[in-house]
Design a protein around this ligand. Structure first.
Ligand SMILES: Cc1cc2nc3c(=O)[nH]c(=O)nc-3n(C[C@H](O)[C@H](O)[C@H](O)COP(=O)(O)O)c2cc1C
Length: 207
């Protein structure tokens, strides 16, 4: 008998089509697909590119503190529903000035209604009990330096906590401006295996 499909959401933070972080994200997805196929489970995949979405920047009006809703009617309410319904969430992004690109940060800031609904209103707008697993993939173009990914990890962790998604790994890669992924077979394999591991962890929670 077929099992319930697994809903996976891929947030590709790069504004570029053929981007490094997006390609690594696709390797992880391939690993997830392979593991799901071997266990006879269907995947429902949704790709989100924040740079293509209509997302207003939060203006700190605190309407959500009182109501659990945002004053803006753009793509964010749909995205919040999507996060709520996701079983797996991959957040792949380059770093710009050590942090998320502004398009990704706008999306994260606009999760404030989730935060307010849980911690201020005690009327959560997402299911806090639902089991979700997540992964961060971060790319930095420069050779490795101190604190290169500190901000990305700190903000990313807070995003996953807000959407009640258990972060199982943060994979960061420096020097991507000087690495040709087509020639990095082993690297691609590592990300593929990370996807397999993620799916296995989701499907076999007791292992
Ligand atoms: C506006 C901007 C700021 C950047 N800032 C940093 C940085 O602070 N540190 C770093 O290592 N790379 C930085 N980079 C390089 C990108 O992280 C790098 O090119 C990355 O591989 C792009 O990822 P993508 O291919 O997924 O778009 C910056 C690039 C841009 C466009």
């Amino acid at each position: 008998m077929k099992r319930t499909p697994v809903r996976i959401t891929l947030i590709q933070g790069s504004p570029r089509e053929e981007s490094y972080s997006s390609r690594l994200c696709q390797e992880v997805l391939r690993g997830c697909q392979e593991e799901a196929r071997s266990r006879n489970v269907d995947l429902i995949e949704t790709l989100v590119r924040p740079s293509d979405k209509d997302i207003q920047a939060c203006i700190a009006c605190f309407h959500c503190d009182r109501t659990g809703e945002c004053i803006f009617r753009d793509d964010m309410p749909e995205l919040i529903k999507l996060f709520d319904n996701s079983d797996l969430v991959l957040l792949a992004s380059p770093i710009f000035f050590n942090g998320f690109p502004s398009t990704v940060k706008k999306m994260i800031d606009r999760c404030q209604p989730i935060w307010a609904s849980k911690y201020m209103l005690d009327r959560p707008i997402i299911d806090r009990e639902k089991r979700r697993l997540g992964l961060i993939i971060g790319c930095g173009g420069a050779p490795e330096y101190e604190d290169q990914f500190t901000a990305l990890k700190t903000v990313g962790k807070m995003f996953f906590k807000t959407i009640n998604c258990k972060l199982i790994a943060e994979r960061t890669l420096a020097n991507t401006d000087n690495l040709n992924l087509d020639q990095e077979e082993q690297l691609r394999q590592e990300y593929f295996q990370q996807g397999q591991k993620l799916m296995e962890k989701y499907l076999l929670p007791d292992n």
